[in-house]
Design a protein around this ligand. Structure first.
Ligand SMILES: Cc1ncc(COP(=O)(O)OP(=O)(O)O)c(N)n1
Ligand SMILES: Cc1ncsc1CCOP(=O)(O)O
Ligand SMILES: [Mg+2]
Length: 209
């Protein structure tokens, strides 16, 4: 599949109290192409249960499920994986998950990190945060100029993350982002109808630019 469009990322605090499945359903109905299950808890039984249900939802909508941080869970479900700088070896994950798996890499604001990730077999390169992020306020700051530089250097899909909204998304796409990765700007909505409206809005940004 082509990696372009909205990349929705779950947040266990925003999507507590039974919201996970309906809110994700709305994001996928609105056109999200990738969904990352990002849950920092250690309750492995609940994580397996939730990720299994998300896999079914993604498959219904023709989207791809990516697991944050957890190679074992991605392997068990046969889905993709996102690894940060301290989340284990991308090369080993590639060997374990196989050549067709989507494996994404955090590059913060560094073309050197991007070079290492590309050499290790990353499927996409993720830069950011680009704006203030309530989800991860301490993430290193990146600028659209960095995206432009990465765009010239790599044909791999580029992901922009961090404080992304419908309002600031267009400048990231113009700078070369193939995927907009969004937590709060999507799942911070109060209703499923609003999540779907926002997801549709993000999706339309890619056809209008
Ligand atoms: C698409 C995408 N990009 C970056 C990140 C951040 O990953 P990481 O630096 O490992 O931080 P955590 O998300 O694990 O807190 C991401 N998850 N997804
Ligand atoms: C996980 C992560 N990595 C860099 S910023 C970020 C959080 C993105 O969440 P939000 O879209 O709410 O800023
Ligand atoms: Mg991580």
């Amino acid at each position: 599949m082509s990696l372009r469009g909205l990349y929705a990322i779950t947040d266990s605090k925003l999507l507590a109290d039974g919201k996970l499945l309906p809110w994700v359903d709305a994001a996928l109905a609105g056109g999200a192409r990738l969904l990352q299950y990002r849950d920092k808890s250690t309750d492995s039984a609940r994580r397996l249960d939730e990720a299994t249900q998300l896999k079914s939802l993604c498959s219904y909508y023709g989207a791809e499920l990516i697991i944050n941080d957890d190679l074992a869970l991605a392997t068990e479900l046969g889905v993709g994986l996102h690894l940060g700088r301290d989340d284990g070896s991308l090369r080993e994950a590639r060997q374990q998950l196989g050549r067709d798996a989507i494996i994404g890499a955090t590059c913060h604001a560094s073309l050197d990190f991007a070079e290492q990730a590309a050499a290790a077999g990353a499927s996409y390169l993720a830069f950011g945060r680009f704006f203030q992020s309530v989800t991860k306020p301490g993430a290193p700051a990146a600028t659209p100029v960095l995206l432009e530089q990465a765009r010239k250097r790599y044909s791999l899909p580029l992901v922009a993350i961090g404080g992304v909204t419908l309002h600031n998304g267009p400048q990231l796409i113009s700078a070369g982002a193939d995927l907009l990765a969004v937590v709060n700007g999507l799942f911070g909505a109060d209703t499923t109808a609003e999540v779907e409206r926002r997801a549709r809005g993000f999706t339309e940004l890619f056809s209008s630019l």
